[in-house]
Write a protein that binds this ligand. Structure first.
Ligand code: AMP
Length: 311
């Protein structure tokens, strides 16, 4: 089943202990769609400027990502600059230039309307909401955001949350959004905002999914309400940018490839999310995703199994 994703398609300048990379093709929707494309058909909605040329387009084409919904506008693409010199788990933002995204009016190509999965990757919550409203048929809607939007655009973000089934954010964002220090407590607050599943990403420490209480999983049974997946203990993280979006791509891509969304499918999705996050950080930008193969993904999935199995 196909996934439609809206989010930033950008150029990033990134500095990490491993070095500096200027203006590489990036953006939340780029990482998400390249990652999810290993599991299912992906369609993107975004806007790019005149700096997005044939070289950048080829990256999407190589993974057969449908870019009919990427508009081309006069001006520059979204630009982000950040560094991870003190903490590899958290980017320090030096510049965010919305550029062509400032006047973006998302248009959904007719072919996208049968997408059963919708992912609202990180971008202005006003745009996320417009796309959500234009695609009411989606059966599973996921979303992401970041401190930038939580801090100054909270009312618009709260509107987006009402339309989400799954929210994927990191620990700091979880605390910022809810004002709660405990993420288990924060999960309860987030369920009241709309999502039924919260996936909290802990960078190099993995990710935890929280499932809202239903008749099947009662409050006492924590193992039915939460599930944890580790991250791969890598000796060197070259560039952590995009780990969250690639995790989301693996998570959603895997779910979209399944016949039924069972609790087991969600647990496997957590593992595929972590697998995809573990690849992207091995090189700068989207380099690793561009060279990745399905065989490598399957091999790493088995490695994750071994890492976490008791018997
Ligand atoms: P991640 O590391 O997975 O959280 O996402 C990194 C990507 O998010 C980068 O490639 C940036 O271009 C993009 N990004 C950074 N700030 C924003 C923002 N305010 N809105 C949308 N995308 C952003």
């Amino acid at each position: 089943m196909a996934i439609t994703a809206v989010g930033s398609v950008a150029f990033d300048t990134v500095e990490t202990p491993a070095g500096r990379r200027e203006r590489c093709l990036a953006g939340a929707a780029t990482y998400f769609s390249l990652s999810a494309s290993f599991f299912t058909d992906v369609r993107v909605i975004a806007v790019v400027g005149e700096d997005f040329g044939a070289k950048e387009q080829a990256v999407f084409d190589a993974r057969k990502v449908d870019t009919t919904g990427i508009q081309h506008a006069p001006g520059k693409s979204f630009y982000w600059e950040g560094s991870y010199l003190e903490n590899l788990n958290e980017a320090k933002t030096h510049a965010t230039e919305l550029n062509v995204f400032a006047g973006f009016e998302p248009k959904i190509p007719p072919d996208y309307h049968d997408s059963q999965f919708l992912f609202l990757a990180n971008i202005d919550p006003v745009l996320q909401r417009r796309v959500r409203e234009a695609m009411p048929q989606a059966k599973l809607v996921g979303g992401d955001t970041m401190n930038y939007w939580i801090k100054d655009h909270k009312p618009a973000l709260l509107e987006v949350l009402k339309g989400l089934d799954v929210l994927l954010i990191n620990d700091t964002e979880t605390r910022m959004l809810t004002g709660s220090r405990s993420i288990a407590l924060a999960a309860g607050k987030i369920f009241e905002m709309g999502p039924k599943i919260l996936v909290v990403k802990h960078g190099e420490y993995g990710a935890t999914a929280f499932f809202a209480q239903t008749k099947e999983n009662n409050a006492e049974d924590v193992a039915k309400r939460a599930f944890h997946v580790p991250a791969l203990p890598l000796e060197e993280v070259v560039d952590p940018t995009g780990a969250g979006d690639s995790f989301a791509g693996g998570f959603f891509g895997y779910l979209a490839s399944q016949k039924e969304l069972t609790p087991k499918a969600f647990r496997y999705a957590m593992f595929y999310g972590s697998v995809m996050g573990s690849f992207v950080v091995e090189r700068f930008g989207t380099d690793r995703l561009q060279q990745l193969t399905r065989e490598e993904i399957d091999h790493r999935f088995s490695l994750f199994r071994e890492l976490t199995h008791l018997d």
